[in-house]
Design a protein around this ligand. Sequence first.
Ligand SMILES: [Zn+2]
Ligand SMILES: [Zn+2]
Ligand SMILES: [Zn+2]
Ligand SMILES: [Zn+2]
Length: 180
Amino acid sequence: MGEDHEDEDEDEDESEEGDEDGDDCGEEDDEGEYEEEENESMTMTLTDPQALYCLICYNPLTAPIFQCGNGHIACPSCIPKLKNKCPFCRSPIGSSRCWAIERVLESIKLTCRNTNYGCKATMSYSNKCIHEKACIYTPCACPIPACQFVGCHGQLNKHFSESHKISAIKFQFNKTQTLL
Ligand SMILES: [Zn+2]
Ligand SMILES: [Zn+2]
Ligand SMILES: [Zn+2]
Ligand SMILES: [Zn+2]
């Protein structure tokens, strides 16, 4: 009477969205608990990041993307400047969309480079730069010259009040402060 425990099919329970207790700013436990059941998405390595850049203006590609008859592509900000001529082969460009790469771009979700500092944001390729410029988890170095601490805004405030006992000083994000 071998009873099979089919505990691999648990598609009814999708409530594992990760606990959002928000205070993981101070700890760096590598919990290794990656969701292995997400069979609809996969992790990829992009070996040629230029593949996602417009080769005319070198900005990240965003939809709508247009292509010439030979398959060269141009981003929407380049199209008006090209006057309907592909800069690579002089064929007409501007009326056919390149749906394939638009779909790829839409499906790419990247994590913030500050993941290790607590940022859980995921974003599309074109939004990555925008997010990271404004990300509140961007690490800053402790302004005490002898101190090697580097952490995000919240970590730095905590570190400062704990390690340097100057709790009155609060850092302002994005401002350089010099302590004399
Ligand atoms: Zn462009
Ligand atoms: Zn072309
Ligand atoms: Zn971020
Ligand atoms: Zn310090």
